[in-house]
Design a protein around this ligand. Structure first.
Ligand SMILES: Nc1ncnc2c1ncn2[C@@H]1O[C@H](COP(=O)(O)OP(=O)(O)O)[C@@H](O)[C@H]1O
Ligand SMILES: [Mg+2]
Length: 315
């Protein structure tokens, strides 16, 4: 299945909706051939990752795939793994370009320790590599990195922006979406176009005509059924399959904190999923997982530990 968030990811600056100021800054860098280290900050689903990819395509043209890599939240973010990947990438010469570009996507969740190491690598490889960080909050990045980066701020999208985007997809996918449904989509997505696109794709499997009631019923935004399925699979003792399901969710752009909250809701609200006694253990473990992540542990590894725990509950 082709995910619409990939199918409709802009591949040129001109296809990016809104974000004029940010896009102008990026375009100016491309024209000057002077790309700086950058922090792309702003709310989810407004074009940060997209802009980084579009930038790489604009700078490197056909070689963009060789000169650009993206490390995202579902990758192993152990310090040694990050260092290994950066080294391997930065070690070889860029193809037909003065430098390479490396994107740390959702860098909010990088530990302080990892960031310190990255700061040193930024210096070591400054001759051949530019570092980009996408974050929800600029202040989740340590000051020494912030001070080396140009800060590009992405704004929440306006209702008009979101409307334009919905109409574009409706047109391409032959969907009928009435005005009330568009309003509902704007309301439930809160301007997050990734969430909105996922809602539209799942609704389009149900019907080509979308009304507001359907939108509100699907208000989960993140695929609750899939999370529930992942939890159920883990509870059967099948850790590997559960891990695969959650990896897919994270790769589709679900935020790990949101994932934990939804998992919590599922575990606490569904009767019969877990017996009463185990339920309290599971909630405790989930709280612990969240706490460790806040304290700076690697989110996906912590979540996997939680899944491993779930898969031992099989009686
Ligand atoms: N400004 C935008 N213009 C057009 N599409 C967008 C924009 N922002 C997000 N999208 C859509 O939402 C998806 C996710 O956007 P992304 O850039 O990954 O968001 P984030 O800001 O969280 O990194 C993209 O594939 C694209 O379809
Ligand atoms: Mg992103």
């Amino acid at each position: 299945m082709v995910l619409w968030i990939e199918k409709y990811r802009p591949s040129k600056f001109d296809e990016i909706i809104g974000q004029q100021e940010s896009i102008d800054k990026l375009k100016a860098m491309v024209e000057k051939g002077d790309i700086q280290h950058m922090i792309l900050s702003g709310p989810p689903g407004v074009g940060k990752t997209t802009s980084a990819i579009v930038l790489a395509k604009a700078v490197f043209k056909n070689e963009w795939n060789q000169n650009f890599i993206e490390l995202n939240a579902s990758d192993d973010r152990k310090l040694s793994v990050i260092q290994g990947k950066v080294k391997e990438f930065a070690r070889t010469k860029p193809i037909d370009a003065p430098f390479k570009l490396i994107l740390f996507d959702e860098a909010d969740s990088l530990t302080q320790e990892a960031q310190q190491a990255l700061r040193r690598m930024m210096e070591e490889y400054s001759g051949t590599c530019r570092f980009l960080f996408s974050v929800n909050y600029q202040n989740n990045i340590i000051e020494p990195i912030q001070s080396r980066c140009a800060i590009i701020r992405f704004k929440p999208l306006t209702s008009e922006d979101v409307k334009k985007f919905v109409k574009m997809i409706a047109d391409k996918e032959d969907l009928k979406i009435d005005d009330k449904a568009i309003e509902a989509l704007i309301y439930v997505s809160k301007g997050d176009l990734r969430a909105l696109t996922n809602v539209l794709q799942s609704l389009s499997n149900v019907s080509k005509e979308i009304d507001s009631e359907m939108v509100y019923k699907n208000n989960g935004l993140i695929d609750i059924m899939k999370i529930k399925q992942g939890v159920e699979v883990a509870l059967t003792g099948n850790y590997d399959s559960a891990k695969a399901i959650f990896t897919e969710l994270l790769d589709s752009g679900v935020n790990i904190k949101e994932l934990i909250i939804k998992t919590f809701e599922i575990v606490t609200s569904s009767d019969g999923l877990i017996d009463k006694k185990s339920k309290s253990y599971v909630i405790e473990r989930l709280a612990e997982t969240e706490y460790r992540i806040i304290e700076g542990a690697t989110p996906f590894i912590q979540f996997q530990a939680f899944l491993a725990f779930l898969s031992t509950l099989k009686s």
